[in-house]
Design a protein around this ligand. Structure first.
Ligand code: 8YV
Length: 315
């Protein structure tokens, strides 16, 4: 298949790049200084796009690729792919569900614990000599046994809830409809009501135009000065200005975030806050999971160009 031209939107680990390069003719879009000139020069022959969850493929890119047949996303979220543009042309889209679910849930719960128990500050307390100089680290609040809200009980939300059940938490969730689940998790449709009864609110919704800023000022204020917001989904699910205002005024107790508007460049207001834990969009970032994701990206492209059914189609 070395005659098949694929546009590579962002870098992958070396093992994935080697496999893709051995099979397809890859075009490294992310290395081009002038992106539109790169597309104008090479776009005519491109039949596939290999991209990442947060990079997707926008309308301008899709329109510059007249022979495009398939977009393979390294990530479960495909909100950054312009779905209207792909539907107009019947372009297929694949993602990497399931393989990353448990890692993302693990990181969300780890972020909650790290933030609740002040682990980052505690590490600094030891390294700076404050432990020896000032004495005991300030006391923090308990995590186990508290009330957790899961906004979006899909695959990832479900795994988060399962883990929190192990911490004896009182669990409630929002989703479009109540889920048929074992366990005594409470269904609360309204995000404000969910936030009101939560100490920890996890945002685990897949992002779309319909969920944009679903966590708005009202939800954030309902979570309140003792509450913590944990986001392991997409930044667009939260009104980031309202979040920053609430963190600055302490109308919201704290936040733990893996995703940001405009990442990797985030709003500098985040950097001066001491009540937010910042992670570099790494919830799926383990060697094992990223290998499985990279294999799915490759296998979906291969299946498409071999004329076999796609493994994990979105469209
Ligand atoms: C990223 C993600 O794709 O699964 C998703 O939707 O956002 C992530 O897994 C990952 O950071 C690789 O770019």
């Amino acid at each position: 298949m070395s005659s098949i031209e694929i546009l590579q939107v962002g870098p992958y680990p070396s093992w994935d790049e080697e496999r893709l390069n051995a099979t397809f003719n890859m075009h490294r879009y992310f290395e081009a200084a002038d992106k539109m000139a790169f597309l104008a020069e090479r776009g005519a022959d491109i039949r596939g796009v290999a991209t990442r969850g947060e990079l997707g493929a926008g309308r301008a890119m899709i329109e510059a690729l007249p022979k495009l047949e398939v977009i393979s996303v390294y990530g479960v979220g495909y909100d950054a792919v312009d779905l209207a543009a792909v539907r107009e042309r019947g372009i297929r889209v694949t993602n990497t569900p399931d393989v990353l679910t448990k890692d993302v849930a693990d990181l969300g719960v780890a972020m909650m614990l790290a933030q609740a128990r002040g682990m980052i500050g505690a590490d600094r307390w030891v390294r700076s000599g404050d432990w020896a100089g000032k004495g005991l680290y300030p006391l923090k609040s308990q995590a186990h046994g508290k009330r957790a809200g899961i906004l979006g009980l899909g695959r990832i939300g479900f795994e988060v809830a399962k883990r929190l059940a192990g911490f004896d938490m009182d669990i409630a969730y929002s989703s479009r409809t109540p889920k048929d689940i074992a366990g005594n998790w409470t269904y609360i449709a309204d995000p404000v009501a969910l936030a009101e009864r939560s100490d920890f609110l996890f945002v685990t919704l897949s992002a779309s135009a319909a969920t944009r800023h679903i966590v708005d000022r009202k939800v954030i204020e309902a979570l309140g000065p003792e509450g913590m917001l944990i986001n392991i989904s997409r930044a667009s699910n939260i009104d980031e200005d309202a979040l920053l205002d609430a963190l600055e005024t302490k109308a919201l107790g704290s936040a733990a975030l893996d995703v940001f508007e405009g990442e990797p460049k985030l709003n500098p207001r985040f950097l001066s806050l001491d009540n937010v834990l910042l992670q570099p969009h790494m919830a799926s970032g383990t060697v094992e999971t990223r290998k499985a994701m990279g294999k799915l990206v490759f296998d979906n492209l291969s299946a498409h160009f071999d004329g076999r059914p796609l493994l994990t189609p979105v469209l």
